[in-house]
Write a protein that binds this ligand. Sequence first.
Ligand code: NAD
Ligand code: TYD
Length: 359
Amino acid sequence: MKSILVTGGAGFIGSNFIKFMLEKHDYKIINLDLLTYAGNLENLTDIENNPKYTFIKGDICDKSLVKDIFNKYGIDSIINFAAESHVDRSIENPEIFLQTNILGTHNLLENAKRAWKIAPDDKYSREYKDGVKFLQVSTDEVYGDLGETGLFTEETNLQPNSPYSASKTSADLMVRAYHETFGMPVNITRCSNNYGPYQFPEKLIPLMINNCENNKKLPVYGDGMQIRDWLHVKDHCIAIETVLHKGKTGEVYNIGGNNEKANIEIVKLIIKNLGKSEDLIEYVKDRPGHDRRYAIDNTKITTELGWSPSYTFEEGIKETIEWHMNNKDWMRKVTSGEYMNYYNRMYSQRTVDKDCQTV
Ligand code: NAD
Ligand code: TYD
């Protein structure tokens, strides 16, 4: 049975991915997660006793731990989800983003090279064991701000604007270097914004659902006309599975749902679905360096690997809101304690911006 090391598997996308893979395949899955504020074992209660699943609490930067995991479990593939993932936090404190996203990825690469190379001590050898792969889960934010027209392709220049996206870009470049220099079998996936169950409520959609449900103000940055290309997390999981099995070695694949929406449209849709008033909307000071638009050209993954998104946004957002209504305890737990400190720190200085109202 193949062994897959999933890092960051207690977070939003990683936990959805592990459950999806355990149901569909006979793989052993080892989940290495530090359980930062974003990691939550309650996302995984359905499968915690599955004999094909092992959880290890630890840091992807920990050299001896990662080495031991390779030795003990005979890892065949790594899917690296572990990251500091929130742009606003990267503006407040960039350093941890460099640590986890760049140095952590490098530590995984170095251990994979040592474990997978047929002649690990021969620096000129580029031969690897059969069937191994390093899959780096990246983001469309590495391409920077798109402007009003066009789409990101895999050839678009890398022009990250936030400390978060700069750290993800650095990690991508290190993965690329391990392929070019050492011949490591790698893929990089660059996905657009995800939504769905178990997303931490620092991100737009769960934050707005939670605030709206509790009749709290809905803090829209700037004029709310920034555009993101939204993809349901299950479609992202299927895309990663597809790249794991069929991705051509060394290639980058963009993943997106052809579903561009302005932030304000999404906020209004949530308000409508929850039967609340648009008076809850509060336009607040914009995020510094805020990218105006992201949108993915998914031609490569759809034509070369046969993946395509299955959810429409209307279905996906309705299902996500329903999930939240049926899982209020999950939200109550993740928003207790430290979350309120974060919320107050992040939003108390965002004074209301009256110049920014759109409609
Ligand atoms: P998340 O913040 O919900 O989860 C991150 C997980 O990584 C958490 O479980 C956390 O505990 C763990 N982690 C953090 N630092 C760690 C460390 N040093 N060692 C081990 N584990 C650590 O993030 P997410 O939204 O699930 O995103 C997962 C990946 O997908 C990230 O790499 C992100 O850049 C990428 N991505 C996210 C989106 C999105 O819309 N959420 C879109 C494209 C790409
Ligand atoms: P976010 O979910 O943080 O993802 P990203 O910045 O990685 O795209 O934000 C999505 C969009 O929503 C982004 O344009 C910023 C905006 N936004 C708000 O307007 N208000 C908020 O409270 C948050 C969290 C985000």
